[in-house]
Ligand binder design. Structure first.
Ligand SMILES: [Zn+2]
Length: 186
């Protein structure tokens, strides 16, 4: 798959969004392989992928090592610019408050996310930082791109973990009532 968009920078269509989201989902799969909550992100500028990252909180022992944070840092380094004004960030799960705040600070042009996060999502679910009228930058936002695939990865991760937890407790595999894929943040 070519990582060059056919469309002009900043004018990607749905097909391009899905194509770049597929790369973010591939990163999420890498997180899953590393027993991290499976969330992945890529940053695209002028039709080229300039950053790709996945959750590494456990690996790095860093609560701020969310996919988006790592991708923003990589993208700024690639562009040699602390402002990502020409870039789009694709992430498989709705960003949390920390990441949404970082996205505002980065002045990123556009944010595209997959699944919504009803427990911690800060781009419309529990709050909407990316559209806050008092903040001095509001990225354009597209939600729900390849959401089903993103959700499926999260469900796989939490199902495996619940199963392992039940085995440890000797509880016969019963899952905790009300447990959801968003019990823990990305
Ligand atoms: Zn986050």
């Amino acid at each position: 798959m070519s990582e060059r968009a056919d469309a002009r920078a900043g004018q990607t269509g749905r097909a391009d969004d899905e194509r770049f989201m597929a790369l973010a989902l591939r990163e999420a799969e890498r997180a899953l392989d590393e027993n991290e909550v499976p969330v992945g992100a890529v940053v695209v500028a002028s039709g080229t992928v300039i950053a790709r990252a996945h959750n590494q909180m456990v690996t790095l022992r860093d609560p701020t090592a969310h996919a988006e944070m790592l991708a923003i840092t990589q993208a700024a380094a690639a562009l040699e610019n602390e402002r990502l004004t020409s870039a789009t960030l694709y992430v498989s799960l709705e960003p949390c408050a920390m990441c949404a705040g970082a996205l505002v600070l980065s002045r990123v042009d556009r944010v595209v996310f997959g699944a919504s996060d009803p427990k911690a999502g800060a781009c419309g679910s529990i709050m909407d930082l990316l559209a806050h009228p008092k903040l001095n930058h509001a990225p354009r936002v597209t939600a729900g791109v390849s959401a089903e695939a993103a959700r499926h990865l999260l469900q796989r991760f939490f199902a495996t973990r619940r199963c392992a937890g039940a085995k440890r407790r000797g509880a016969g595999g019963a899952s905790r009532p009300g447990a959801s894929e968003n019990d823990e943040e990305d």
